[in-house]
Write a protein that binds this ligand. Sequence first.
Ligand code: ADP
Ligand code: MG
Length: 240
Amino acid sequence: MTRNGSTDAAIAAIRTENLTRIYHLEGEDIRAVNGVSLAIYPHQMTAIVGRSGSGKTTLLNLIAGLDDPTEGGVWIMGKALREMDEKARLALRREQLGFIFQSFGLLPLLTAAENVGVPLRMRGVPSRQREAQVSEALEWVGLTRRARHRPYELSGGEQQRVAIARALAAQPHIILADEPTGQLDSQTGRRILDLLRRLVSERGMTLAIVSHDPMVMAEADVVHEMRDGKLIETRHKATG
Ligand code: ADP
Ligand code: MG
């Protein structure tokens, strides 16, 4: 049998090692993320939970290469972010990562279909292929009939479904979601969570969700709990 550590390094979609981010604010050091080592595995729904201010968003930004650690490192599919220049990180975000945000992050002047097409445009996908991928993604989230609507003409739940379609259309390996149910009522949140589960079960995606929603914790396959920047516990969903 392989040692756990080396197995982790081989197959983790995301790995962090002693990941630390210290903010210097008015002479004070804030350890927003403090020595976090964790692995997130492919084809699972992993939740990173903890109350507000525990460092979840900072951790997600470090994983996405949008922020640099003070200490430690991040590996995405085995590749060290610290060894990538800005161009390589941008390529990684375009090719391998999808993002879903609490506030949906849709461009207000674009239709649902145009919003879904944005990451495909950035990748230079030709228009005909782009249209096909956009339609497929909108259909998958059940919004074909809302394709020409703009965000203000959609409910919160519908906007988040557009955001899910946008993350899905580019077919990334990994989707990172920051409080995806945070602005939704619990019934709508439940529907969004079911859709996120289907990203894993039907589309084989690797999903990392940052949240303090108890529903997310109950649904996730693995839950990493943070407190004051530290990883304090990792729980695995009972199977069978
Ligand atoms: P969460 O997403 O769990 O609510 P955050 O990662 O946003 O937590 O924040 C973790 C800690 O880091 C908080 O104490 C927050 O005030 C602090 N923090 C976050 N971003 C910054 C920043 N840009 N400058 C200074 N402190 C920050
Ligand atoms: Mg946050």
